[in-house]
Design a protein around this ligand. Structure first.
Ligand SMILES: [Zn+2]
Length: 117
């Protein structure tokens, strides 16, 4: 898999974890269940670390897309982008280098990864 794509997928997970850790209703519920609060600071450190691994051009796009959509990558399942549910052009969906090259959804701008086949 494209290393930048791997970083983007990891970043999306971290962003979600940070959001949950900062959500007061979530942390209250987790506290009640006996879970320890997630250390937001260490999550932020991981996020920074991952962002530093992105090329400057991708980092710019990442900032833009996450600001607008709150996420950065979307899975393609049966030829459909699962962020906006628009079909991916079949030439891209059938390409040999999917997951090796960074492709973006032409409709929503999300970076795409394929989970089938
Ligand atoms: Zn899309």
């Amino acid at each position: 898999m494209n290393p930048q794509l791997q970083v983007l997928i990891a970043l999306q997970d971290i962003l979600l974890m940070i959001r949950e850790a900062k959500d007061p209703t979530q942390t209250k519920a987790l506290g009640k269940m006996g879970f320890k609060m997630t250390n937001v600071e260490s999550l932020e450190n991981t996020r920074e670390n991952l962002e530093n691994q992105l090329s400057p051009a991708i980092l710019r796009e990442y900032s833009r897309v996450t600001k607008r959509h709150g996420r950065i990558v979307a899975p393609v399942i049966r030829g459909t982008c699962h962020a906006c549910f628009v079909r991916i052009p079949s030439a891209i969906d059938a390409a040999d280098d999917r997951n090796k090259t960074l492709y973006r959804c032409e409709n929503c701008g999300m970076y795409l990864y394929w989970v089938d086949k």
